[in-house]
Design a binder for this molecule. Structure first.
Ligand code: CTP
Length: 402
């Protein structure tokens, strides 16, 4: 609920991308925001006020109607009684009015009267976007302090033309709103962090590999939480089905050796959190061609060889980060095994968890961990993996700043 208690005044102007604004309203509300919709007269040609109002669960303020109703509503109050003004889609026409200080309808009057941050998500035909007049207006708006997201490259909904002009996707707009309204403290500003996440895939031949059940949920949540706390984060991720966390430099790898190389090239860093479930072994000589069943006249033997231990390498590296944290996936003697790994791998903390099948932790959404340090152990309650990430980052910040 990153937008809890936030009031977003959403201006929908008249473009085909207005259909995406309906989804945008839902996404903003999912994150706890109150959405106050304003539509231009032209927007009504593309989406109905009924749909907008129903999705926003809020009265829709509309151009002419509002001018008649001005005594009641007051465009000044509307313009200021919010945390942010979002214009999506922002048409060339509305941007032109804004850039030139024109105010001849409710939307443009609000934009002229507001003292809140303004975020524009332009959407128009690529030829329009590249017109000198539109570029001039966009540059002027940036100079005046408006924030922009997009337009993006892609196929236009109406003409199928390729080019820059598509409105940014609703989830990306929401993320930008969150960034603009983010007033969280940044205890890790200026710190560099490396996080590993997900499984590794160790090839047997070009079509087969050895893998494990790690989903990357915990590692990705930690990378995102470190980024929110202000750190400059490099996430080295094995193959996962998750999106790259926003604002995090994500390096995609498959094998343990690739993961090690990516981690080493991200040094120096202040913080290393090694969450990946790195395969301990790889096939000693993976076949360049698909292994055929007949060729063996039975079951092939696959000699294994040990993979590099990335945490151990980092824990004993000349450029060792100030804080090195490992995870320990155990199915028995969780604390004892975790403690042994702490010393063996040169870590400051081991976050140990019980990944026995019945706990559902591996690949699940929740986690129950014990944080083992050189001066004791803390048992954390069962939490969402996002909460584990937040708490771990708070611990990291207090260690580094304390
Ligand atoms: N790790 C690593 N490189 C490896 C193996 C593990 O960086 N080749 C890291 C993991 O990211 C984790 C920690 O070491 O932070 C512990 O991983 P785990 O699999 O529990 O430990 P192992 O050393 O593999 O020990 P074992 O499998 O015997 O329990």
């Amino acid at each position: 609920m990153a937008l809890k208690n936030k009031r977003i005044l959403l201006i929908i102007s008249g473009g085909i991308a207005a259909y995406k604004s309906l989804d945008l309203i839902r996404r903003l509300r999912e994150r706890g925001a109150t959405v106050i919709p304003v539509m231009t007269k032209a927007a009504e040609e593309f989406v109905t006020a009924l749909s907008v109002g129903a999705l926003a669960a809020h009265k829709v303020h509309i151009e002419l109607f509002e001018r008649d109703d001005e005594v009641d509503v007051g465009h000044i109050r509307l313009a200021r009684d919010c945390d942010l003004v979002l214009v999506a889609p922002a048409t060339a026409d509305l941007m032109g009015k804004m850039a030139n200080g024109l105010a001849n309808d409710l939307a443009s009057t609000i934009l002229l009267a507001t003292d809140r941050p303004v975020l524009l998500a332009p959407a128009m035909n690529p030829k329009m976007w590249s017109q000198p007049a539109v570029s001039r207006n966009a540059s002027q708006l940036m100079i005046d302090g408006a924030h922009f997201i997009g337009p993006m490259r892609g196929e236009m909904a109406e003409s199928g033309e390729e080019g820059t002009g598509r409105m940014a996707e609703p989830l990306d707009i929401v993320a930008e709103v969150e960034t603009l309204l983010d007033t969280d403290p940044k205890p890790l500003a200026g710190k560099k962090a490396i996080v590993t996440s997900g499984p590794t895939h160790e090839p047997i031949d070009p079509v087969r590999y050895i893998a494990n059940r790690s989903s990357g949920t915990q590692g990705h949540a930690i990378a995102a939480a470190l980024q929110r706390a202000g750190a400059d984060v490099t996430l080295v991720s094995g193959p996962v089905a998750l999106a790259d966390p926003r604002g995090v430099k994500t390096v995609h790898v498959e094998r343990a050796e690739e993961m090690r190389d990516a981690v080493l090239s991200a040094l120096p860093a202040d913080i290393a959190v090694m969450v990946a479930a790195v395969a301990d072994w790889r096939v000693a000589s993976a076949s360049g061609e698909k292994i055929k069943k007949q060729a063996h006249g039975g079951v092939p033997m696959l000699p294994l060889t040990e993979n590099p231990d990335i945490l151990k390498t980092i824990g004993h590296h000349p450029k060792r980060p100030k804080l090195v944290i490992g995870f320990a996936a155990e199915t028995n003697d969780v604390e004892e095994n975790g403690r042994a790994k702490l010393t063996r791998k040169g870590a400051d903390f081991i976050v140990a968890n019980d990944v026995s099948a019945e706990t559902g932790i591996m690949g699940g959404k929740r986690n129950q961990v014990s944080v083992i340090g050189h001066d004791g152990v803390e048992h954390w309650p069962d939490m969402d993996k996002g909460e584990v990430a937040e708490r771990l980052v708070a611990m990291i910040a207090s260690r580094l700043n304390g």
